[in-house]
Write a protein that binds this ligand. Structure first.
Ligand SMILES: [Fe+2]
Length: 154
């Protein structure tokens, strides 16, 4: 069984993954900003808010276990994303999301005996699965999106 110290370590690893999520950098990408539809822009802004919320849930779970929250570090991988074409940026962001999903899937069975940690992590996992689905739909909707694509998708 996973002990308290290990659970805190797992939660800190998940927190570090959330901090390293590449989604937030889409908003700083000039290519995304100029080509995204209003619907895609809103979806990404919502995902970024959700990632902030995930971090608060993980911190609450860590503090609830009387654990120490590891300090965050800036992610140097993200800076270059700002200048890349959307067709290169989106696949990277999707791969990053898929990796986050896999890490949660691997962590969850180890959190089974810790209900609050497991509940927070499975809520977050469901969100990230949805993020992968939504981001993938951006790819299939084509870039640059046609002017009528928002109404056509309704
Ligand atoms: Fe996500």
């Amino acid at each position: 069984m996973t002990d308290r110290r290990e659970v805190i370590e797992i939660l800190n690893d998940l927190l570090s993954l959330e901090r390293g999520s590449l989604i937030s950098h889409l908003l700083a990408s000039t290519v995304f900003v100029s080509r995204a539809t209003a619907r895609e822009d809103l979806a990404v802004r919502r995902m970024v808010r959700e990632i902030d919320e995930h971090q608060r849930w993980l911190v609450d779970a860590i503090v609830g276990l009387r654990g120490g929250v590891a300090p965050g570090r800036p992610d140097p991988r993200a800076a270059e994303l700002h200048y890349q074409e959307l067709r290169h940026v989106l696949p990277r962001v999707i791969r990053n999301e898929q990796r986050i999903v896999e890490e949660y899937e691997q962590a969850l069975p180890r959190l089974g005996a810790w209900p609050e940690a497991a509940a927070a992590s499975s809520r977050i996992l469901a969100r990230h699965r949805e993020h992968v689905r939504e981001l993938t739909s951006f790819m299939t909707s084509g870039a640059p999106p046609a002017a009528g694509s928002v109404s056509a998708a309704k």
